[in-house]
Design a protein around this ligand. Sequence first.
Ligand SMILES: Cc1ncc(COP(=O)(O)O)c(C=O)c1O
Length: 409
Amino acid sequence: MIDPVNIRGEFPIFINNPDLIYFDNAATTQKPAMVIDGIKDYYENHNSNIHRGIYDLAASTTKKYEVVRQKVADFIGAPNEQSIVYTTGTTAGINLVASSFLSHQLQAGDEILISAMEHHANLIPWQMLCEAKGAILKVIPINQDGTIEKPLYKALLSPKTKMVALVHVSNSLGTINPIAEMIEIAHDHGIPVLIDGAQSVAHYEIDVKALDVDFFVFSGHKIFGPTGVGILYGKEEHLKKMHPINFGGDMIKNVTFKKTSFLDGPQKFEAGTTNIAGIIGLGYAIDYLNQFDKKEIQKYLKHLRTYAVNKMLEINGLRIIGSINNGNNSTDQAGSIISFVMDGIHPHDIATILGVEKIAVRAGNHCTQPLMDFLELPGTTRASFTIYNTPFEIDKMIDALKGIQQFFN
Ligand SMILES: Cc1ncc(COP(=O)(O)O)c(C=O)c1O
């Protein structure tokens, strides 16, 4: 069972700010003491560079750092730690795949397929690559309820498609995409798939092996870990063929003035001193999350969403963007993110007034500008929940929204 009050007590920010209602978890999650203390412990007791020193401190820190790779592999069901690349975040992982995996194969006239709900991070790297190579970026449209138009997905796949890149859970709409089915369909056409797991990994069971996905990316800071660290999972057969894009120390086998050879494993993509403290912190974040049953997390978040949606629908002029899932709809196409608009009130005004009431939500295009254009909206206000949020906090937001509605009308 998820006990949000107890969980809240594990997060120093809530102890220091007891009135804070934090509904901006899709932007970044708060950090539990376990992660903060783990990073502090690294700096106080273990600080050294990795893979270089042979003294005890360096050797034990290298071990601590590399253990996280296996921990990440277990966390997402990867076959082994050799398929886990440390990055600086989701954005960096996608850029690495675009530049290193696809760039060398893509020809003029080839196609890359994304969906209309992609975060800019899973759009611009592909767009830049298409521009450089004379390739074409194709976009799967979505339905009015924020779900993928599946028949069009199938229709858009062609022998020219060289990559399908899809978000698992939309950061703007909360839509949960049927990635297992979509990966299978792409593979039937021999097309590799990258899944952007930035919004899914904290709350959903991920098994990259069962999904048979080619690449899976996520960020540490959205799963209770530190900023500046993320993961690229890639099938080993792909990673082996990929060329590094950053060059320098810690990624080489041998260097002469004439020629350099690179390490074989994921370390070949990790040139220079990486975010050691961040990676160790990510390990603690995974330990933290592993205490919970993901099914219990989903059950709790579904309860929160249903509770919030039902109350929001009672507010005149408030419209939820995307799948409603208000308890009558059991299709489970909506995650713990609710995007909404209110008649005649700008999303920024809503977020500003909620902010004054110590309720943190996000307003704007959520780094999905083309999606907002598609929906013909200037932006939305977004409340995103996680395991430390409560129905009581939702009540507070509903009261505040009712006040905003009265004030503006
Ligand atoms: C779905 C999705 N993809 C990618 C990103 C980019 O993540 P980062 O900024 O951590 O690289 C985000 C961040 O909000 C996101 O929500």
